[in-house]
Design a protein around this ligand. Structure first.
Ligand SMILES: [Zn+2]
Ligand SMILES: [Zn+2]
Length: 347
């Protein structure tokens, strides 16, 4: 089968690789039907994510059909459509028991490295081995197309996590920095908590328009001081909550300055470098901070929202390419060409 494989020199290549086999009794093999390109793939390409060896198949956002199930898998059988989380978890370690599956010591990001495209062979190919299948997989209802289900394992879960950790209360105001896929996932999630107003900040017209489509008030960062614009729109007070969904040290500082006294800043962006946290100033205002990786354990609930039709994420998809065209797709995505937002690959 063909796969997009990380090379040593900041590049990807399409290579012929062996099909995966079941290794453990709770493994399954998923035949990929759609896989998305993620900003983290680009970070991996440029060596910004430690621990990804050249030769790794990249990609971690995917859905497919079960091809084969291990002897201990009881909840699933071949032929079923499933959504797969970006990283697996064991379900029984202390982190998992606390519900913080993203910190699973056996399968999470800091444990055995069991992320697809880092530790586990990734999804930009035809077949993928998925461990801990009974624990991690989510069935896709018949009325949810792959084009929506593909968001449940990362974009929607991570966006929801940002909104949840922002501790949004009914009637709150909220600002989201960024209008990329994770930010838009955070936006549709944030509405579930009943805020009265959500502002979304970006510099690209099509992304701002999409945020507006999902009910946000767009703030164009090209139109001058963003913090002033937010303060003006909130009677000088600042928002109750800010979500940083870009991973930029600059927008992190803007988020800190945009919230009211005692406000909450929820960070889900991954930062390439250390960032400054001006504790000397902020202590007087009681600004609270939450950070971390997306908790992927809510896939079943988020899939229900898609099934109900209350949330439609298909407008996030701007392009679909065949796997053969993956290098063109990555080039387009990395350089923000052709107003791209989310790009899917079909094996
Ligand atoms: Zn991702
Ligand atoms: Zn665990």
């Amino acid at each position: 089968m063909k796969a997009v494989v990380l090379q040593a020199e900041n590049q990807f290549k399409i290579e012929e690789v062996h099909e995966p086999k079941l290794l453990k009794n709770n493994d399954v093999i998923v035949k990929v039907t759609k896989a998305a390109i993620c900003g983290s793939d680009i970070h991996a390409k440029h060596g910004l994510i430690p621990g990804i060896a050249p030769g790794t198949i990249i990609g971690h956002e995917f859905v497919g059909v079960l091809e084969e199930t291990g002897s201990e898998v009881t909840r699933f059988k071949p032929g079923q459509r499933v959504a797969v989380p970006a990283a697996t978890w064991c379900g029984i370690c202390r982190s998992c028991k606390r519900g913080e599956v993203q910190y699973c010591v056996n399968g999470g990001v800091w444990g055995g490295g069991e992320i697809f495209g880092k530790g586990l062979a990734g999804a930009q190919t035809s077949y993928v081995r998925v461990p801990y299948a009974d624990t991690c997989l989510t069935r896709i209802p018949d009325n949810v197309p792959d084009d929506q289900a593909v968001f449940v394992g990362d974009v929607f879960s991570t966006g929801y996590h940002a909104a949840y950790e922002g501790k949004i209360q009914m009637g709150d105001t909220l600002v989201i920095f960024g209008c990329g896929p994770i930010a838009l996932g955070a936006l549709v999630s944030a509405w579930q908590f009943g805020p009265r107003q959500i502002f979304c900040v970006d510099m690209l017209d099509n992304r701002l328009a999409l945020a507006e489509h999902y009910g946000a008030i767009p703030i164009d960062a090209r139109q001058g001081n963003v913090v002033e614009q937010i303060r003006e729109a909130t009677g000088g007070e600042g928002t109750d909550v800010a979500i940083e969904a870009i991973g930029s040290p600059d927008t992190f500082q803007l988020a800190l300055k945009s919230v009211r006294r005692g406000g909450m800043v929820s960070v889900v962006g991954l930062f390439p470098t250390a960032v400054e946290f001006p504790l000397n100033d902020l202590a007087y205002y009681g600004v609270r901070l939450s950070m971390g990786l997306g908790n992927l354990s809510r896939m079943d609930q988020l899939m229900s929202l898609l099934e109900s039709g209350k949330v439609d994420l298909s407008p996030l998809i701007s392009h679909t390419f065949s796997l053969d065209q993956a290098l063109d797709a990555y080039e387009l995505f990395e350089n923000h060409k052709d107003r791209c937002i989310k790009v899917l690959l079909e094996p």
